[in-house]
Design a protein around this ligand. Structure first.
Ligand SMILES: *[C@@H]1O[C@H](CO)[C@@H](O)[C@H](O)[C@H]1NC(C)=O
Ligand SMILES: *[C@@H]1O[C@H](CO)[C@@H](O)[C@H](O)[C@H]1NC(C)=O
Ligand SMILES: *[C@@H]1O[C@H](CO)[C@@H](O)[C@H](O)[C@H]1NC(C)=O
Ligand SMILES: *[C@@H]1O[C@H](CO)[C@@H](O)[C@H](O)[C@H]1NC(C)=O
Ligand SMILES: *[C@@H]1O[C@H](CO)[C@@H](O)[C@H](O)[C@H]1NC(C)=O
Ligand SMILES: *[C@@H]1O[C@H](CO)[C@@H](O)[C@H](O)[C@H]1NC(C)=O
Ligand SMILES: *[C@@H]1O[C@H](CO)[C@@H](O)[C@H](O)[C@H]1NC(C)=O
Ligand SMILES: *[C@@H]1O[C@H](CO)[C@@H](O)[C@H](O)[C@H]1NC(C)=O
Length: 631
């Protein structure tokens, strides 16, 4: 894995392919920064307004499809005037969360509720769902079909559970670790790499098992330990192993070539950039062609359903770590980037993210910094730890790594003079090596009358949305500005045996309490967890007096499939995909219960301007509220 390290060294290298490159443009006249009072940006407000009629039609169809209500036309006409606003929040949890949530959305779609959704927020694994939807016209089925689950997300990184101790959390600790590595073993590594050169070159010329048998086993043993620590070494597989190795190397070199143009434009590049490219490469089985932009603002402006106001607004959530902040959430929407937290409430137009803006005035403007891979990678930067962890495990001095890379490149016929020269020039210049995504320039730098930790430096450090223990992106869609009526949460956190037990929701409720929002926490939910829990049926209010949304919490649980794969499982077989997706459907529908489906009607009607007539429907709804609502 040492070559991973080197990738970050030859960053200022060869002339190569185009990628999603930030491009300098003329700055527009109008301000790029918005200081939010109690308002959404006008584009978002307009979008929600334009989607309203579509939602009304869908709501009408949904109510008509239920068998407990027989509303006549004029009643329906008056009900849909107050069509409830729906949101969905998708937790972290790697592919487990992505597959579960896609199943969940597919079933919402089947029951006629998906089209009505105004917002979908996602963090970490949940943000992969968002990226998939954006690249596939907000069609959950197409997203599943087009995504490449078969190839490893990151090559050469085996599935493993990262414990919290392994996670590099914070620039400071990462730097300390790096310094302590400086003193690590030299000679055995050098020795090994010399040997590697001989072994690999003879392997290339004579792909014959005899090569290995002639040599002593110990250096090979070392080699094996270095790259494949837990494989049982057996000679019939060694050829495959080296073929894999070549593929691995090429995989990372390709990522590097994609990321490089950003560096050339003068932007700092971190692990997150590599990770973001790796994600984009999996989002399409055939990949995206080079001329296709991967800028979120560009993608959304050519998205068919979004342009027709028939898609939900996606919100990517991440945490800010400037000055070791905690629980300060930043969000990316197709329109803006910023934070609703009291110390922020500043937003930049998304398409101009990356521009140099000082005190709210644009100095130098860029487009295409808002790469969807980079944004998704930021929200799921916990996965950088998979790379960092492996790398730290095996990394020796950078000198040795460089030398080794040269050897390997030549063995693989990749030793063009340019590459070698680059390695020499790059020397030992390492940059940030953590799971931070660096957003430089900070659009809020020196913003007037806002002197705080978010505005004092020209960069923002962002990390995985789940890093502060709030693994469900609820807060972004709970704000009173967005005025939602019902929020569905699908929680695939890993609380116990890689299933969710409500711990993350509890964490959020504790946070909310500090902001004077009090949802009551169901303490006995563990016994209920295979069925959704509905919170807030009895009105709960914001401290500004506005009604809070009803929350419908679903935990990932085994319904029809043991969907508790490790968060860091990086590839899936067809039958696993089908199993988890169907399980996700059953989570949403409570095992395809018609009773539950009708109850959802009752829940939505709570937010419509109607008194349910005193008849069989009213009795039915009372039983739903009694059975499903937590109070
Ligand atoms: C009810 O309204 C729909 C359209 O809103 C119309 O197609 C249908 O014919 C109406 N039915 C009755 C019984 O009026
Ligand atoms: C470090 O090098 C010494 C001397 O070559 C060797 O005995 C020792 O096992 C090496 N340590 C590691 C961790 O490889
Ligand atoms: C390798 O095996 C060791 C000990 O058996 C275990 O602690 C470690 O987690 C394993 N590593 C991987 C990458 O599977
Ligand atoms: C990629 O670009 C081509 C040409 O502009 C366009 O036809 C195609 O729809 C784009 N694909 C995606 C996924 O945006
Ligand atoms: C690459 O390395 C191999 C083996 O060291 C050597 O035979 C070959 O000439 C080198 N190619 C270039 C372009 O330097
Ligand atoms: C959920 O699981 C965690 C262990 O991961 C445990 O500490 C916690 O008490 C559990 N919560 C409930 C409500 O059972
Ligand atoms: C899945 O859950 C079962 C218990 O229901 C547990 O035995 C198993 O270890 C879990 N698997 C993973 C990968 O966590
Ligand atoms: C609710 O409906 C009643 C009549 O059914 C109407 O007078 C009132 O204006 C409606 N309120 C809202 C907020 O639509």
């Amino acid at each position: 894995m040492f070559f991973l390290k080197v990738l970050f060294v030859f960053i200022c290298s060869v002339t190569v392919l185009e990628g999603a490159t930030p491009t300098e443009v003329k700055c527009p006249k109008e301000p790029l920064i918005r200081h939010a009072k109690n308002d959404l940006c006008s584009k978002e407000e307009q979008y929600i307004k334009n989607k309203e009629q579509f939602n009304r039609n869908k709501y009408r169809e949904f109510l008509e499809s239920l068998d407990v209500f027989n509303f006549d036309n004029s009643t329906l006409d008056s009900i849909v005037v107050s069509t409830p606003r729906l949101g969905v929040a998708i937790s972290g949890g790697g592919y487990r969360s992505m597959l579960t949530s896609l199943g969940f959305l597919l079933q919402m779609e089947k029951w006629g509720l998906y089209d009505m959704v105004d917002y979908i927020s996602g963090l970490s694994g949940g943000s992969w769902t968002l990226m998939g939807l954006i690249l596939n016209d907000f069609d959950p089925k197409l997203t599943l079909d087009k995504w490449n689950f078969a190839d490893d997300l990151l090559k050469g990184v085996p599935e493993f559970d990262i414990t919290s101790a392994d996670i590099v959390s914070g620039m400071h600790s990462a730097l300390q670790k790096r310094n302590s590595q400086r003193d690590s073993n030299f000679s055995s590594f050098e020795e090994l790499m010399d040997y590697l050169e001989v072994v690999l070159s003879s392997l290339e010329s004579t792909p014959d098992m005899m090569v290995f048998q002639k040599r002593s086993e110990s250096p090979l043993q070392k080699l094996k330990q270095l790259f494949f620590p837990n494989d049982t070494f057996s000679s019939p597989h060694i050829l495959d192993t080296f073929k894999n190795f070549r593929e691995i190397l090429e995989f990372y070199i390709d990522l590097h070539l994609d990321v490089r143009p950003k560096k050339v434009q003068g932007f700092p590049v971190t692990f997150t950039d590599y990770w973001g490219r790796a994600l984009i490469n999996r989002a399409r089985k055939r990949g995206l062609s080079d001329e296709n932009s991967t800028s979120l603002s560009t993608l959304i402006s050519s998205n068919d359903r979004f342009q027709k106001y028939e898609a939900p607004i996606p919100i990517f959530v991440s945490n800010c770590k400037n000055g070791f902040l905690k629980n300060v959430i930043f969000e990316f929407t197709p329109f803006e980037f910023g934070s609703w937290e009291a110390i922020g409430r500043l937003f930049v137009k998304l398409e101009f993210l990356g521009s140099r803006i000082v005190a709210g005035k644009a100095k130098k403007c860029f487009r295409n910094f808002d790469d969807i891979g980079f944004i998704t990678g930021t929200s799921s930067s916990i996965f950088n730890n998979a790379i960092i962890y492996m790398w730290q495990k095996v990394s020796q001095s950078s000198h040795e790594a460089l030398r080794a890379l040269k050897v390997l490149l030549s063995v693989f016929g990749l030793n063009g003079s340019k590459v070698s020269r680059t390695i020499d020039e790059a020397g030992l210049n390492f940059k940030t090596e953590t799971d931070y995504a660096v957003y430089q320039h900070n659009p809020f730098y020196k913003y007037p009358h806002k002197e705080n930790i978010l505005t004092s430096e020209d960069y923002l450090y962002l990390v995985d949305g789940g890093e502060d223990g709030e693994n469900i992106p609820l807060r972004s869609i709970l704000i009173s500005e967005r005025n939602l009526d019902v929020i569905f949460m699908i929680d695939s956190s890993s609380d116990i045996d890689n299933y969710a037990n409500g711990t993350k929701l509890k964490n959020i409720f504790e946070q909310l309490k500090e902001k004077n929002v009090e949802y009551r926490f169901p303490s006995h939910y563990i016994t209920l967890a295979s069925s959704p829990i509905i919170i807030g049926c009895e009105p709960v209010y914001h401290n500004n007096g506005e009604l809070l949304p009803i929350l419908i919490y679903y935990a990932n649980m085994q319904h029809t499939y043991p969907s508790n794969m490790s968060t860091f499982k990086v590839s899936y077989e067809e039958d696993e995909i089908e199993g988890i997706v169907n399980n996700g459907r059953n989570i949403f529908s409570r095992d395809n219960s018609n009773y539950f489906r009708n109850c959802l009607g009752c829940i939505l009607l709570k937010r419509s301007n109607i008194t349910i007539p005193l008849n069989k429907a009213s009795k039915f709804c009372s039983s739903c509220y009694k059975n499903l609502c937590y109070s």
